[in-house]
Design a protein around this ligand. Structure first.
Ligand SMILES: [Zn+2]
Length: 452
């Protein structure tokens, strides 16, 4: 007889408790703790390993052979870039994103373009729906198998029968295993199903892609613990109303997390965008006040991003500050610097800031473009369209150097910009660029140079 064991799990963060609580002590959410039946005994998993455990030996560091991970080309350059050169054999990848953002489209597109045997398991859509989607995507891979299944034991049966080279699960929240008696999508089901798939991936060196929906807070719905279990966590983001999608690595055991993939959502699927700068700058006939272009870097790739600001006299007592794509605290800090250090009276004005293209930017080099856009709107004087900016702004109003400045200058030059404003303290290795470099050290210098 199997003994029934129950535990309490927070449905928000996955924390485990011995008894019920009204508020989770881990994430402070109310009413998220639910009792789940965890049937420990009589449990079976993916293939019992009868072979004795491999014993690993400690090696002297200079005796270790450095080897590249064995990677599979996904035939998708943007995805390969984010992963650091393809999917590593036996790795488990979690692809997270809001519902409707295009996770299934991206996964199916990969399944159709790879010349590998792919098992695409869907618990969300029927085989017919997937067939329709595949026709729109125009991919062609006769070895792409579609399975409608949510039970992990049945999925493993199909895996044994078909021996796929890569497995895609859409989505982890729909899976359930026979050995746990809670509903699909609950913390213990997600955790257990993921654990079985991870074991399978490691034992057979078959990569597994898990699609996971994220909740309103931007976390992978269900247990946070899933992010610790897998090798790679990719986040697919972008505004559903914008056509651009950004693929970012939040965690990557086999590469950097700084790389970024950019796609455009078309009716025929996701198009890889190899030259993102061109699409991120809005097309217009004349220069408008309140816009400035920043030469930013996302990972190793330079990106020219347009910043738009609107400064107007506040109608109500408290001025409004709002920001899309840029940290609001940082915006408030820059406004305080402009007020205190450079004497601009912005305290009684509404300030709205927007990064075009629905992109979120963390690169501090965008500060100078933010300040320039605000000043341009405040003065109601346009900055010429062929000027761009790349510097951090400090608390004392000083213009600070940023990393990889040469690469940013070269990108601006390549795209036909006339002038780039950078910090006076930035070291430039090359002397003769085909673009005018304006070195500044204070906000006043910037103001005088742009508007005086
Ligand atoms: Zn919690």
């Amino acid at each position: 007889m199997a003994k029934t064991k129950t535990t309490f799990f927070c449905q928000n963060c996955g924390a485990q408790f011995a008894k019920w609580l009204g508020q989770c002590t881990s994430c402070n959410e109310w009413n998220t703790i639910v009792e789940e039946i965890v049937q420990k005994e009589g449990k079976r998993e993916w293939k019992q390993t009868s072979s004795p455990k491999k014993i690993t030996k400690a090696l002297q560091i200079n005796k270790i052979q450095r080897s590249e991970e064995d990677r599979i080309d996904t035939k998708n350059n943007e995805l390969n870039r984010v992963l650091g050169g393809g999917i590593v054999r036996g790795s488990v990848l979690l692809l997270g994103g809001e519902p409707g953002i295009g996770k299934s489209t991206l996964s199916l597109q990969i399944a159709l373009s790879m010349q590998k045997k792919v098992l695409y398991v869907s618990g969300e859509e029927s085989q017919n729906q997937i067939k329709l989607r595949a026709e729109r995507l125009k991919g062609d891979n006769p070895n792409c198998l579609i399975l409608n299944e949510t039970n992990t034991q049945n999925i493993f049966r199909s895996i044994e029968e078909n021996q796929p080279e890569i497995v895609i699960i859409d989505s982890i929240q729909t899976l359930h295993t026979d050995y746990i008696e809670t509903s699909p999508g609950s913390v213990s089901q997600i955790r257990e199903a993921a654990a079985e798939l991870i074991k399978y991936a490691k034992e057979t060196a078959t990569p597994v892609i898990l699609i996971g929906h994220i909740n309103k807070e931007g976390n992978i719905a269900g247990p946070k613990i899933l992010e610790h279990m897998v090798d790679v966590v990719l986040q697919f983001e972008g505004d559903r109303n914008h056509t651009y999608r950004i693929l970012r690595a939040q965690k990557n055991r086999f590469g950097s997390t700084a790389e970024l993939g950019i796609y455009e959502m078309l009716s025929s699927g996701l198009r890889e965008v190899d030259n993102p700068s061109e699409i991120l700058i809005s097309q217009k006939d004349e220069s408008l006040s309140g816009t400035a272009i920043s030469a930013t870097l996302e990972g190793l790739r330079p990106l020219m991003i347009e910043v738009q600001a609107l400064v107007s006299t506040a109608v109500y007592g408290t001025p409004q500050r709002s920001s899309t794509g840029y940290n609001i605290k940082r915006l408030n800090m820059l406004l305080a610097v402009l007020e205190k250090r450079a004497g601009f009276r912005l305290g009684a004005k509404d300030v709205f800031l927007n990064i075009t293209g629905g992109i979120k930017v963390d690169d501090p080099a965008i500060d100078l473009a933010v300040v320039s856009a605000i000043l341009s709107s405040n003065e109601d004087e346009a900055i010429p369209q062929d000027y761009c900016f790349a510097a951090e702004v400090g608390l004392a109003g000083e213009i600070r150097p940023i990393n990889r400045v040469d690469q940013r200058i070269m990108e601006a030059e390549k795209l036909g910009f006339e002038k780039i404003y950078i910090s006076k303290f930035n070291k430039i290795s090359k002397k003769n660029f085909g673009i005018e470099i304006v070195l500044i050290s204070k906000i006043e210098d910037l103001f005088r140079n742009l508007f005086a």
